[in-house]
Design a protein around this ligand. Structure first.
Ligand code: ADP
Length: 474
């Protein structure tokens, strides 16, 4: 592994998780071991002290029954029986002078602790002391106790068992800790890899897409249902949305290109005819008029697109004024009445009273006009259009434009609010496909909504619901 990849590896989350896991695991094992160590060593020490106290008790009894000679004899016999390198006895006067002892050739370097004698004289029953001599392997536990009047027993016992245990414990501790550390690192590494495997998939997919891969790629589904799986699902949903947006933008650009192409081609054709053919002044004027008409159509389309974009971008931020919606609807019906009459369509309007809301009058007028325009456009002679408006409640107002026209097919229905979407091209009078997009953008800008119900051949009903204030959506 090169130095660079090693330092990269050191900064990975998997490495840090492994380190944390191994650290915490090792620390808890250490604490458990130490607890166990102190428990066992204190039990061993207590047992040793108990043994020494029992011995001292026997000497006290023997002194009172058999006298000093019996005590001296017992000291020698006990030391020989237990092993003269394991235990020793000394009998001392109250001044700490030795007047009898077991074989002390092995214990020669062990003296008398003056402080212990003083404590005894001050009334302590027994005094314990532990001494460690540099040249000896094992420590020695010593008991000082008064066993009769003027007689002090110094009883020493090698702490061989204790030393053996602590040494064995240390060996086991080091070996076990080394094993546990390796095991913890392996388990930690495995767990971190397992936990982060989903993140790896996510990173791979994201970097593949960002380095030019297809937007259709998705992170493979993870059946575990954990947080990483949730992240992957959310990531996939985000990709779905981005893909839809990109496709929408692409579709829209295609539509714009297509819709701009026809009038520009027509304008070019007129100009070419004007250049290449001998034409009278009237014909020139006719051509100029056609060019203006095509340009107006283009400008209208571009302006509508701009208004849609502005309206969508300015949701909730437009200048607000008081608008009487009922009155605006009545005015619009009046305006469209002659047009409907010309087509032999009955246009009825029922928008009584007034409903004042905060909004942009011009945009609201445009939204209503688009619906009425469509209703007239897609309804044939002898048809009927009913415009009704009523309060939903104190806070919102709904109005609908119902026609008995050609209706909208199930296939078209989900798309009619998309920019440039036009229904079946064989239909009469289809426009540029921006009217309903604009109506929807305005309804949303007013914090309202637009719904449609339609059956082909029977007619359509568009319903717009608007709240009184665009800041408190209904
Ligand atoms: P257009 O300028 O083509 O009318 P719109 O955005 O206003 O564009 O409408 C989109 C499509 O929805 C229309 O092409 C038409 O197929 C359909 N549509 C809209 N309103 C009606 C209606 N009242 N009756 C039938 N079809 C309608």
């Amino acid at each position: 592994m090169s130095l660079r990849s090693l330092s990269k590896f050191r900064h990975t989350l998997a490495f840090r998780l492994t380190l944390w896991y191994a650290g915490i695991f090792t620390l808890s094992s250490c604490i458990a071991f130490l607890f166990f160590y102190f428990l066992i060593t204190s039990v061993i020490r207590e047992r040793t002290d108990q043994d020494l106290s029992e011995q001292a008790g026997r000497f006290t009894t023997l002194l009172s029954i058999g006298g000093m000679d019996e005590v001296k004899r017992l000291a020698v016999i006990e030391a020989q029986a237990a092993g003269e390198r394991k235990i020793f006895f000394r009998l001392l006067s109250l001044r700490g002078e030795v007047f009898s002892s077991s074989n002390m050739s092995y214990w020669r370097d062990i003296g008398i602790e003056r402080k212990a004698i003083q404590k005894l004289l001050q009334g302590s029953g027994v005094v314990f002391d532990t001494i460690a001599l540099p040249e000896r392997k094992h420590k020695v536990r010593i008991l000082y106790g008064v066993i009769g009047s003027g007689v002090i027993l110094q009883l020493g016992q090698s702490m061989e068992n204790y030393t053996r245990f602590t040494e064995a414990f240390k060996r086991i501790f080091v070996a076990t800790m080394a094993f546990l550390l390796i095991l913890a690192a392996l388990i930690g590494w495995f767990m971190a890899r397992q936990a982060l495997s989903g993140v790896g998939e996510l990173t791979r997919t994201a970097s593949h897409i960002s380095s030019g891969g297809s937007l259709e790629e998705r992170v493979p589904a993870n059946p575990r249902g954990d947080e990483i799986a949730l992240l992957a699902t959310t990531f996939n949903q985000m990709l779905d949305r981005i893909q839809n947006l990109v496709m929408g933008i692409k579709e829209m650009s295609d539509n714009i290109a297509h819709d701009l192409k026809s009038p520009v081609t027509r304008i070019r054709g007129i100009a070419e005819v004007a250049l290449t053919t001998e034409t009278t002044l009237d014909e020139y004027k006719q051509m100029a008029a056609s060019t203006i008409e095509e340009c107006d159509r283009l400008l209208d389309m571009i302006n509508t697109m701009l208004v849609i974009s502005e309206t969508e971008a300015g949701v909730g931020r437009r200048a607000q004024e008081k608008v009487d919606l009922a009155a605006v609807i009545r005015d619009a019906c009046e305006l469209f009445h002659p047009l409907a009459e010309d087509k032999g369509i009955i246009l009825r309007c029922h928008a009584p009273g007034s409903f004042t809301l905060l909004g942009d009058t011009r945009l609201i007028q445009r939204m209503i006009a688009n619906l009425l325009d469509n209703a007239i456009k897609y309804t044939s002679r002898d048809g009927r259009i009913d415009v009704t408006a009523q309060k939903e409640d104190e806070k919102s107002f709904a109005f609908s434009v119902k026609d008995t026209g050609i209706g909208i097919s199930e296939k078209d229905l989900p798309h009619i609010f998309e920019r440039f979407y036009r229904g079946d091209p064989s239909r009469p009078n289809t426009g540029n496909g921006l009217g309903l997009s604009l109506a929807q953008a305005i309804a949303h800008a007013q914090a309202g909504k637009i719904d449609v119900v339609s059956s082909p051949g029977q007619g359509s009903t568009f319903t717009i619901t608007l709240p009184r204030s665009p800041y408190t959506p209904s």
